[in-house]
Write a protein that binds this ligand. Structure first.
Ligand code: FUL
Length: 487
């Protein structure tokens, strides 16, 4: 045992912290969790930060966003399709997971499923021998990306849509996807149902009751049997929730908690609630920000000039990852089956901009003083916010729900961004905070915010500062802050 600064640890190959001794010699307990906390799978999902969506189906060839379900399989013919290109570009531009539309609302399946003829097996692609779900999951494995599936619950092709038989069909397809293409880390089922469709030739309007028709609890249990750690996305979770818009905007106030009984897939008018979550929500269901690099979700030639610029993508990064969410950016392959040159250029430009703006943390290793730290134990001291570790944190005493840390940058520097992280394993706590800078004459407030969560990035008007002070002005319980960075 090596006792230093009242901090006890044992070393067994790697460092293991077994207790926290203040100078008085008393063990100081870590803060108790507050409210719901993330599961290990939700935490792993959160840490990915930037994920990608790939929308591809017959729509790519018909120039539509929502296919009717009557499209001939013969239309699907991406002669140069190369999922390795998708994965390589995504990997090189910092994305961690790819979610593929295995079946969109039109019902066409990108894998040769046993359960319908309306699939890639009856298309000219590789003479009916192609399997783009396999190609995409193999590419993800090769490039070290996680793989997720989108399987639209609404199916405008199926004659049985709206009957119990369709639910069996949907579940059978999930069995194929989860047993033949795993591991699958995220499953996406959106609530869209526009009513009309082909429905095996009926050509009519069919609306279902989104609360009861799909019997999601049974389906999710079935999927969990096959893939216990899968993250389920839907409007209401239970793994992650929709952020309430497709513009790339999480709420400035963004609670990871929400009460699922106030939500269900497809319910109208809940966008604001989804966007901000609920401070007193009963479950941990963080928001995922899905947005497309183009105006549409599918490729349309007429949108080649409308691809979001690196700056627009960076701004979206700030309003998604920078507001405690995960970004799910859609990049749709074109009719060749490749990411288009314009999209690729934007993606590399975005990553370069991100590295330029947020690449060098000027507070790394900086000395920190805290207004209060838990039991005066070094293991909870202010310096933990600049040690670049997600596993250490600054925490105050239990009866102290506010407090400040002052970070000494060593010299006057121009700063443009401040990044804060809560140690969310112990729940989301902070309700409001302010940021001040020391400009050699006094403290000047340069920003204020509400929630922090896993990550909060504030863009400042560039300002010169020798020190930065973060004031937690309201918190559900003692604040627990793992990192603060300055760029
Ligand atoms: C929505 C769908 O209707 C869109 O076509 C797209 O797939 C988007 C991600 O989800 O609900």
């Amino acid at each position: 045992m090596n006792i230093r600064n009242g901090f006890s640890k044992i070393v067994m190959g790697s460092l293991v912290i077994i207790g926290y001794l203040p100078v008085s010699g008393q063990k100081v307990e870590p803060p108790a969790p507050v409210g719901p906390v993330p599961s290990p799978a939700q935490l792993a999902w959160q840490q990915m930060e930037t994920n990608a969506f790939v929308h591809f189906t017959v729509n790519t060839f018909t120039d539509r966003e929502w296919g009717m379900g009557s499209e001939s399989e013969q239309l699907f013919n991406p002669q140069g399709a190369d999922a390795m290109q998708w994965a390589r570009v995504l990997k090189e531009t910092g994305f961690k997971q790819m979610i593929l539309t295995c079946k969109h609302h039109d019902g066409f399946c990108l894998w040769p499923t046993k359960y319908t003829e309306h699939s890639i097996k009856n298309s000219p692609y590789k003479n009916g021998k192609g399997d783009l779900v396999k190609e995409a999951s193999d590419a993800c494995k090769k490039y070290g990306l996680k793989f997720g599936v989108y399987l639209s619950p609404w199916d405008r092709n199926r004659a049985d849509y709206g009957t119990p038989e369709y639910i069996t069909y949907y579940r059978n397809q999930l069995k194929e996807l989860f047993t033949n293409y795993g591991p699958v880390t995220e499953m996406w089922f959106d609530g869209a149902n526009g009513g009309d469709g082909y429905y095996g030739g009926a050509n009519e309007k069919r609306k279902i009751d989104g609360r009861t028709y799909y019997d999601w609890p049974t389906t999710l249990d079935m999927v969990r049997q096959m893939q216990p750690n899968v993250i389920f996305f839907s409007d209401a979770g239970p793994g992650v929730r929709w952020v309430g818009n497709e513009r790339g905007m999480a709420g400035e106030t963004n609670w990871n908690t929400i009460s699922p009984d106030t939500l269900y897939a497809g319910k109208a008018g809940i966008e604001e609630l989804l966007n901000q979550g609920s401070e007193d929500g009963t479950k941990w269901i963080p928001a995922e920000v899905d947005v497309s690099i183009r105006p549409g979700w599918f490729y349309h030639k007429k949108e080649d000039s409308l691809v979001k610029t690196p700056q627009q993508l960076f701004d979206i990064y700030l309003t998604s990852v920078g507001r405690g969410s995960v970004l799910l950016l859609n990049v749709p392959p074109d009719r060749r089956g490749l990411f288009h040159e314009n999209d690729i250029k934007s993606l590399y430009g975005f990553r370069a901009l991100l590295n330029r703006e947020l690449g060098k943390n000027k507070a790394q290793g900086a000395s920190v003083t805290a207004s209060n730290y838990r039991g005066k134990a070094a293991s909870y001291a202010g310096g933990n916010v600049t040690d670049n570790s997600n596993e250490t944190y600054w925490a105050t005493d239990d009866n102290v729900p506010t407090g400040s840390v002052e970070i000494n940058l060593g010299k006057m520097q121009t700063i443009k961004y401040v990044m804060l992280q809560e140690y969310i394993k112990l729940g989301q706590r902070v309700k409001t905070f302010t940021v001040e800078v020391w400009n050699n004459e006094g403290w000047q407030q340069v920003a204020a915010g509400t929630t922090i969560g896993y990550k909060r990035i504030l863009k400042l008007a560039p300002v010169k500062a020798g020190k930065v002070r973060i004031n937690i002005t309201a918190s559900k319980a003692c604040p627990v802050i793992s990192n603060i960075a300055v760029y």
